[in-house]
Design a protein around this ligand. Structure first.
Ligand code: PLP
Length: 406
C-alpha cells in the first residue's frame, strides 16, 4: 500500500532558472493560467512514481530514523555507497571517504566552500548545470568555462580545457552523463581529461547523478576509476534514478591521493558536521535503492517512458524548421540549437519569455546554463507523450510567425 500519496495540486519548486522568465511564469500561474513546464528535471509532477519497495522501506524505517545520524551519514548507507563505488571500479574509497547530503546540491556547495580561496579557479563546462558555477562563485572562486562542442556530440574540447588552465586552477567539473546536453562521455575522452588533470595537478569533481539513466545499452564509466592516483570527488544520488528528488538524498565520495589535501578534508568534515547530518529516512534506503537496478532500467528500454519520450522529442524537434538537436544518450534533457538568423534572435532569454507568454510553455534558455551564444534552449522531456506532442506542435506554430524585434 502506498503511504506517501501526493496531491497533484502540490506546487513543485522550480530550481533551475531565476529572473524575468520565472517571474513571468509565477505571475501567469498566480492568474490561474496553466503552464506546461518543460524546464524542471523533477520526475514526480509528470507521473513518474518512486518504486513501491523503496517507499515501503522508508516508511518502515521512519521509527528508527528519528534522530540525527553521524554527520557523514548512516554507516549502512555509506557501506552501500562504497560497494557501489567498487562495482564501478572505484577502489580507492573507504567508508570515511563518503558523505551523504541533502541532495547532491548541498554537497556541491560544501565541496566548493571547503576548497576555494578568493580568486581560485575551477573549470566548469559550458553549457553547465548552473549550480556548479553558482557554488564556485559563492565560495569566492572564479568559474572558468570550457567549451563542450556540439559538432563533436557535445564532448568537452580538450584543447580549450588546456588553454584555460592557469596557476590558480584548482580543479575541473566533469558532468557525465550531462545536463543539459544528455551526452554520455566515452572512456577514451575521460582518459584524455584525466591526463590533463594529472599533468596539471587538478582535482576532479565528477557529477555522475545520471549514471543509472543511460540509454541505448551504453555503459557509463566513472572517471574516478580511471584516476586512482588523483583526488577525485564523485557525486551521485537518488533524485533522478529513483524518482525521489523531493526526499533529498545524495552523496559524494573522495578517492585517490588525499595526502596534499588534509586541510581540505578537514574543511569538508567541519562543514558536514555544521549541518549536523542529511535527511536520515532518505539515507536509510540507499542500500535498498542501489540494489534495485531493474525498476530504473524499465524506463530506459523500448516501451519505457524515458526511451520512448527521447525517441519522440529528438525526431519532433529536428522536424521543426530552424531547430536541430543532437540525440541525447542519457538523462532526460535535450539541448537543441535554434537558427538565430532565421528568427532574428539576439536574446535567448527573450525568446523563451516570448514563447512562454504566447504559448504558455516554459523552457530554459541556453544562457541559463552559461552558454554564451543566444542559439540554444533546454527541453526536459519528462512530461507525458501527449504533452510533449502538444509542446512541439505549439513550438512549430510559434516559430512560423516569430521574429524577434529590436
Ligand atoms: N547535478 C546535476 C547535473 C543535476 O542535473 C542535478 C539536478 O538537476 C543535481 C546535480 C542536483 O541533484 P539533487 O540535489 O537533487 O541530488
Amino acid at each position: 500500500m502506498r503511504k506517501f500519496e501526493k496531491s497533484k495540486k502540490l506546487d513543485y519548486v522550480c530550481y533551475d532558472i531565476r529572473g524575468p522568465v520565472m517571474d513571468e511564469a509565477n505571475r501567469m500561474s498566480a492568474q490561474g493560467i496553466e503552464i506546461l513546464k518543460l524546464n524542471i528535471g523533477n520526475p514526480a509532477p509528470f507521473g513518474f512514481r518512486a518504486p513501491e519497495e523503496l517507499l515501503k522501506k522508508m516508511n518502515d524505517n521512519l521509527i528508527n530514523t528519528e534522530g540525527y545520524s553521524d554527520s557523514k551519514g548512516l554507516f549502512s548507507a555509506r557501506e552501500a555507497i562504497v560497494t557501489y563505488c567498487r562495482k564501478k571500479g572505484i577502489h580507492e574509497v573507504g567508508i570515511d571517504d563518503v558523505y551523504t547530503g541533502n541532495g547532491v546540491s548541498e554537497l556541491i556547495t560544501m565541496s566548493m566552500q571547503g576548497l576555494l580561496d578568493s580568486g581560485d579557479e575551477i573549470l566548469v563546462p559550458s553549457p553547465d548545470y548552473p549550480l556548479w558555477t553558482a557554488s564556485v562563485t559563492l565560495a569566492g572562486g572564479r568559474a572558468v568555462h570550457y567549451i563542450c562542442d556540439e559538432s563533436a556530440d557535445w564532448y568537452p574540447d580538450i584543447n580549450d580545457i588546456k588553454s584555460k588552465i592557469t596557476d590558480r586552477t584548482k580543479g575541473i567539473v566533469v558532468i557525465n552523463p550531462n545536463n543539459p546536453t544528455g551526452t554520455l562521455y566515452s572512456k577514451e575522452l575521460l582518459e584524455e581529461i584525466v591526463k590533463v588533470c594529472r599533468e596539471n595537478g587538478l582535482i576532479i569533481f565528477a557529477d555522475e547523478i545520471y549514471d543509472r539513466l543511460v540509454l541505448d545499452g551504453l555503459t557509463h564509466t566513472s572517471i574516478a576509476s580511471l584516476a586512482p592516483d588523483l583526488l577525485t570527488i564523485t557525486f551521485n544520488g537518488l533524485s533522478k534514478s529513483h524518482l525521489i528528488a523531493g526526499y533529498r538524498c545524495g552523496w559524494m565520495s573522495l578517492c585517490g591521493d588525499k595526502s596534499f589535501a588534509r586541510g581540505y578534508v578537514e574543511g569538508i568534515n567541519l562543514l558536514s558536521s555544521m549541518r549536523l547530518c542529511s535527511n536520515v529516512p532518505a539515507q536509510s534506503v540507499i542500500g535498498t535503492a542501489l540494489k534495485m537496478e531493474e525498476e530504473t532500467k524499465k524506463l530506459l528500454v523500448p516501451g519505457g517512458r524515458i526511451y520512448e519520450q527521447r525517441e519522440y522529442i529528438y525526431q519532433a524537434l529536428n522536424q521543426i524548421p530552424g531547430i536541430s538537436a543532437t540525440k541525447p544518450k542519457a538523462a532526460f534533457y535535450v539541448f537543441p540549437k535554434i537558427d538565430t538568423k532565421r528568427f532574428g534572435i539576439r536574446d535567448d532569454e527573450r525568446f523563451v519569455l516570448d514563447f512562454l507568454k504566447d504559448q504558455k510553455i516554459l523552457l530554459t534558455h541556453g544562457g541559463g546554463f552559461h552558454w554564451e551564444k543566444p542559439d540554444h534552449f533546454r527541453v526536459v522531456y519528462l512530461p507525458e507523450m501527449d504533452q510533449l506532442k502538444s509542446a512541439c506542435e505549439r513550438l512549430t506554430h510559434f516559430l512560423s510567425y516569430y521574429r524577434q524585434e529590436e
